[in-house]
Ligand binder design. Structure first.
Ligand code: GLC
Length: 656
């Protein structure tokens, strides 16, 4: 018998053994909800074998594996029982249409509550703002209870069940989630599951020497193992600290801290950690969180002799969470935050793992093309790296709260004649404004003196040249910067995937240099693009003749157009050669609709030949859906500098 023959059999047996106890344990609570219970049982039966297989792969060798299964199952029922009726209804609705998020109608924003509206109470007053943008996906940056100063912008969580008191309360969050649901807006939150803050109760108990909680983290009495691991690990925040282990005097032990010294990595080889974190996740799901951004996914499993990133077990852990969610709160979606090599990014994307993933390669290569004014690298990479499994999609972003790293593939770079190391250096110089003729105003992030690596911080507008242009008061430069930004945004909404705005981008927010005078922020240049919202759209959201409104209007228009074009739903994007080194083109096709998007990365007008357009099915006059104009292609198609066009080729004959 092979392993696989054996597991389904064992899975069934274990469920049959546990189930009667389960029904008995929760009998009182099940009396009035027999209908619901039947639905739960169906889901449990459907998912159990999968969940069992994952847990078996991770913990099957442990003597008390059956106990682990039992505990997980009890928790699943418990949290399902606590789930409010309106969320159970949402579960049902989503199951009828499980790939709702692939629709062209879905567009989102991510923002910091304190920077956007001070607190959760005031956030509610801004729902009209979200409606004006017609958003249906709202991601709030970490809002949990965190240590006062050392909290990595919210990513060092002290209590997953408590909101940072400066921002509000958990009941306010649930209330907001309910309001958003009524408005058709899905709430996304981070699931910071790789580590907790050193002030989390679990960490405090570990510090007091409690062996149960010591085992929640990776701690070592001496340097023997840390030194062996360290040989293969990279430093994530090298300016702040070197090495991945922190000495804790209270415990007199070394603690594994991949990120900052106050962020303690959780030990998923302990099944209790898996179960405890599942409970935290389901607790939050029961408050109305529908989409979880899985923070720092590559780091959640450690193996000696490796870089401890992207281990196979990291995938198994996420798949186990996925199966748990499908049983107890099936509307949940996962978005993977894997900002690593593109080969690894894509491995997290699967309906059984993360249905959504950031698209760091597209983001980085859009900036690359803007700097070089050429699209060969972008075109080559997107041609073979953009596919994701059916039922999944990218989340396309231009900027987020983190830095930009140039995580493209070196072989791809060489293939198009680019020296990867030299190019990364060039891009860093370009985007920190140190390259002659650069329009960008970014700053370096985490220079590593060991290997010379560095990343870049800055807002969309400042990196795209608006800050410099405004400072010079040069209208022509301002116009160019605006066009760059709008072209990037046109790509973001049309290329396939959920466009996710970074709060502030909708009105062109620029760098904020105040972090340089704040001792708690000065060592982390990412604060340059985590600025307090400096634009106060009036309450009535009445349009005005300002640069901010110009950006905002364009964003509203882009979202509206996207929603009107079924071919912009997610999936099925085909990169095509335009025959001009500055023009990046792709087809979006759905049923009879076929759109050719062309984007000019140079500041000068560029031409696409009539012949090629005809091969692609264009005849005579063609409609540009973006400008709503008819264009003649008789003498080729001229695309203005930094412009995007969406040619409607639906009537044409596709010959490629
Ligand atoms: C993720 C977050 C980043 C944070 C890190 C550690 O990468 O996006 O902001 O510093 O995880 O939690």
């Amino acid at each position: 018998m092979t392993d696989l023959d054996w597991r389904p059999e064992q899975a069934k047996k274990s469920l049959n053994r546990i189930f009667p106890n389960l029904e008995e344990k929760f009998a009182d609570k099940l009396v009035d909800i027999q209908g619901d219970w039947q639905i739960f049982k169906i889901r449990l039966n459907t998912q159990w074998e999968r969940l069992f297989t994952y847990l078996h792969a991770l913990y099957g060798w442990q003597y008390d594996f059956f106990y682990t299964l039992e505990r997980v199952l009890y928790s699943l029922v418990e949290y399902w029982l606590q789930r409010p009726p309106e969320l159970k209804l949402l579960d049902e609705q989503r199951q009828v249409n499980p790939t709702w998020f692939l629709s062209e109608k879905v567009v989102g924003i991510v923002l910091y509550v304190d920077l956007f509206s001070d607190n959760l109470t005031k956030l509610k007053d801004h729902i009209p703002y979200f409606k004006k943008l017609d958003l249906n996906y709202l991601h709030l940056m970490p809002i949990f209870s965190v240590p006062l100063d050392d909290n990595d912008g919210g990513y060092a969580v002290s209590d997953y069940r408590a909101i940072n008191p400066d921002l509000g309360t958990m009941s306010e969050l649930s209330e907001i989630a309910r309001r958003l649901l009524e408005e058709g807006i899905s709430l996304a939150l981070d699931f910071v599951f790789n580590h907790t803050s050193d002030e989390h109760t679990w960490a405090k108990r570990a510090r007091s020497g409690d062996p149960e909680y010591l085992n929640y983290y990776f701690t070592y009495p001496d340097r023997e193992l840390p030194d062996q691991f360290q040989k293969y690990l990279r430093d994530i925040f090298p300016t702040v600290r070197r090495g991945s282990f922190t000495w804790n005097e209270e415990m007199r032990r070394w603690v594994w801290t991949t990120f900052n010294s106050f962020q303690w990595d959780l030990n998923y080889s302990n099944p209790e950690v898996m179960r405890a974190m599942m409970e935290e996740m389901l607790y939050l799901a029961n408050q109305g969180v529908e989409i979880f951004r899985l923070d720092a996914v590559p780091f959640i499993w450690k193996r000696l002799g490796t870089d401890c990133e992207n281990q196979p077990e990291a995938h198994t852990v996420i798949r186990a969470f996925n199966a748990m969610a499908k049983i107890a709160a099936p509307c949940i979606l996962f978005k993977s935050e894997a900002i690593v090599h593109p080969d690894e990014v894509v491995k997290y994307i699967h309906p059984d793992e993360c249905q959504l993933s950031y698209n760091p390669l597209l983001m980085a290569l859009l900036w690359e093309s803007l700097a070089t004014k050429e699209v060969k690298f972008l075109e080559h990479s997107m041609r073979h790296r953009n596919r994701v499994p059916a039922g999944c999609t990218w989340v396309n972003y231009l900027r987020c709260h983190d830095d930009i790293g140039w995580s493209f593939d070196d072989v791809d770079a060489r293939k198009v004649g680019i020296d990867p190391a030299g190019h990364r250096k060039f891009l860093n110089e370009f985007y920190t404004g140190n390259y002659p003729g650069s329009f960008a105003r970014g700053v370096p992030f985490q220079f590593n003196p060991g290997n010379g690596d560095v990343r870049v911080s800055g807002t969309l507008s400042s990196l795209a040249g608006l800050e410099e242009a405004l400072e010079k008061g040069d209208n022509e430069l301002i116009e160019k910067a605006v066009r760059r930004i709008n072209m990037l945004r046109a790509i973001q909404v049309s290329i396939g995937g959920i466009p996710l705005l970074y709060g502030g981008d909708e009105f062109g927010q620029m760098n904020d240099y105040t972090y340089m005078t704040d001792p708690t922020k000065i060592n982390d240049s990412r604060w340059i693009h985590r600025a307090k919202r400096r634009w106060d759209a009036r309450d009535d959201l009445a349009d005005q003749d300002t640069l901010e409104w110009r950006f905002f209007r364009e964003m509203v228009k882009l979202f509206r157009l996207r929603k009107e074009i079924p071919a912009f739903q997610n999936g099925g994007m085909e990169v095509t050669s335009i025959g001009n080194p500055h023009l990046f083109g792709y087809f979006r096709t759905f049923e009879n609709q076929r759109i050719l998007a062309i984007n000019n990365f140079s500041d000068k007008p560029q031409k696409m030949d009539t012949g090629r357009l005809e091969v692609y099915g264009a005849r005579g006059d063609v409609v540009n859906l973006l400008s709503d104009e008819v264009v003649s292609i008789e003498d080729g198609l001229m695309v203005e500098g930094y412009d995007a066009v969406w040619l409607d080729l639906s009537g044409g004959v596709a010959m490629i």
